[in-house]
Design a binder for this molecule. Structure first.
Ligand SMILES: Cc1cc2nc3c(=O)[nH]c(=O)nc-3n(C[C@H](O)[C@H](O)[C@H](O)COP(=O)(O)O)c2cc1C
Length: 366
C-alpha cells in the first residue's frame, strides 16, 4: 500500500505540519537537575531533520514540589530549564520541524529505582498509589488550585518560548488520570464522584485554565488512555456513551486534538465495531485525533521495557484506518528512538533499511 496519505500536510489553528507523523512523547531522563542539555536538543533536532511532522517531547514536569520522581526528567518551570527548552525549540525550528512539550505531573507513583524522593510527599486525588494502597498525600483544595495554575503557567511559558502547541499528559495512570480513575479517586467532594463526568472535573479545569493562558489560536492536545501502568486492564469508558460523557466536556473546555494512547493501535475499543480509541474519539467529539501503539513494530512497548525486542512490521492496517478517516495523525514511539531517519525511510519505501527496537537503544540519545 502507498504511504502517501501519511505525507499530506496538516493544519489546525496556528499549527502547520508537513506530514501526519508525530514523535510520541518518551521519557529519556537525560536532563540532569531537570534541565534539557545540548545533547537533548541535538536528539530532537535529528528527528526534525529526519522529517518528523510534529515532535512531542518527553514528559516535562510542572512547578509543583512533587510533580516528578526523577531529577533527570526535564522540568518546564524554572529559568534554567526554560532556557534549556528554548534551545531545543530553536534547534528543531532551524531543522524545519515543529515541537510541542508534553506537560506532566506524575501524581502518586512508586519511587524511582534510584531511591530519589521529591522534597514533599507525592500528591494525588486521594493519597492512593494503587486502589486501597496509600502512597502519598491527598490534595487539598489549595493544592488542586495551585496545580491547575501550574499547568497553565507551564503552557503559557511553552507558548512564550516558541513551542508550536502543547500536550497535556492525561494518560497512563499519572495525576490527571488518577482523578479520572475510581481506583485512585475516592474523593467525596466536587473533585470526585461516581461517574466519569464527575471525575473529569480536574482535567476540565486544567484544560480551561490552559486555554485561558494560551489563547484561542494555540493548539491544545490532550493525551488519554483507558489503560494504566497500575492496571493494564482498567477502563474508564465501557461504552461509547460513557466515552462521550468523558470526552465531550474536555472538548468543550478547549481540547483541539485527542491523543488516544493504546499499546496496539489495531485493537477495537468496543464490541461491534473495529474502530480503535482514536476512531471513537473523533467520531464522538468531531475533534482531530492521534493514534499510537506499535506502529511499524512487531511487539508492544511495555514488553519492550521487559527486554523483548521488536522488528519492523507492515503499515497496511494503519494505512487502511487512516484512509477511512479514523484519525488525523499517527504517533510513533520506539521506532523513532532507534532511528531518526524512520520517517524518510517509510516515505521512500526503504523498508529493508528499517531497524529493530531493543531495550539497549534506551541507554543513549542516538
Ligand atoms: C522509553 C519510553 C518512554 C516513554 N515515556 C512516555 C512519556 O513520558 N509520556 C507518555 O505519554 N508516554 C510515554 N511512553 C509511551 C509512548 O509515548 C508510546 O505511547 C508507546 O511507546 C507506544 O508507542 P510505540 O509502540 O510506537 O513505541 C514512553 C514509551 C517509551 C518506549
Amino acid at each position: 500500500m502507498t504511504t502517501d496519505s501519511l505525507f499530506q500536510p496538516f493544519a489546525l489553528k496556528s499549527l502547520r505540519l508537513k506530514n501526519r507523523i508525530v514523535m510520541a512523547p518518551m521519557t529519556r531522563s537525560f536532563s540532569p537537575g531537570g534541565v534539557p542539555t545540548e545533547g537533548v536538543a541535538a536528539y530532537y533536532r535529528r528527528r526534525a531533520a529526519g522529517d518528523v511532522g510534529l515532535i512531542l517531547t518527553e514528559g516535562t514536569v510542572i512547578g509543583r514540589p512533587a510533580s516528578s520522581n526523577d531529577p533527570a526528567i526535564p522540568r518546564i518551570h524554572g529559568d534554567d530549564a526554560l532556557a534549556g527548552w528554548q534551545g531545543v525549540v530553536q534547534h528543531v525550528h532551524e531543522a524545519g520541524g515543529r515541537i510541542a512539550p508534553q506537560i506532566w505531573h506524575m501524581g502518586i507513583v512508586k519511587p524511582h529505582a534510584s531511591g530519589w524522593l521529591p522534597p514533599t510527599p507525592m500528591e494525588g486525588p486521594a493519597g492512593l498509589v494503587l486502589p486501597a494502597q496509600e502512597g502519598g498525600a491527598a490534595m487539598s483544595e489549595a493544592d488542586i488550585q495551585a496545580t491547575i495554575a501550574a499547568f497553565a503557567q507551564s503552557a503559557a511559558d511553552a507558548k512564550r518560548l516558541g513551542f508550536d502547541a502543547i500536550e497535556l499528559h492525561g494518560a497512563h495512570g499519572y495525576l490527571i488520570d488518577q482523578f479520572f480513575w475510581p481506583g485512585t479517586n475516592t474523593r467525596t467532594d466536587a473533585w470526585g464522584g461516581a461517574t466519569i463526568a464527575e471525575r473529569s472535573r480536574f482535567a476540565v479545569e486544567v484544560v480551561r485554565a490552559v486555554r485561558q493562558a494560551v489563547g484561542e489560536d494555540f493548539v491544545i492536545i490532550l493525551r488519554l488512555s483507558q489503560w494504566k501502568q497500575q492496571d493494564f486492564a482498567a477502563r474508564l469508558a465501557e461504552t461509547p456513551a460513557e466515552m462521550e460523557a468523558w470526552l465531550g466536556p474536555l472538548a468543550e473546555a478547549g481540547v483541539d486534538i485527542f491523543h488516544c494512547s493504546q499499546r496496539r493501535f489495531w485493537e477495537a475499543e468496543f464490541e461491534g465495531s473495529d474502530l480503535n480509541f482514536a476512531g471513537w474519539a473523533k467520531k464522538l467529539t468531531g475533534r482531530a485525533t492521534i493514534t499510537v501503539g506499535s506502529v511499524g513494530l512487531s511487539g508492544e512497548f511495555i514488553a519492550a521495557f521487559g527486554g523483548e525486542s521488536s522488528s519492523p512490521a507492515s503499515l497496511d492496517e494503519l494505512l487502511r484506518r487512516h484512509a477511512r478517516g479514523d484519525f488525523d495523525l499517527v504517533a510513533v514511539g520506539r521506532a523513532l528512538i532507534s532511528d531518526p531517519e524512520w520517517v524518510r525511510k517509510v516515505r521512500d519505501g526503504r523498508t529493508d533499511e528499517l531497524r529493530d527496537f531493543s531495550r539497549a537503544a534506551l541507554a543513549e540519545l542516538v
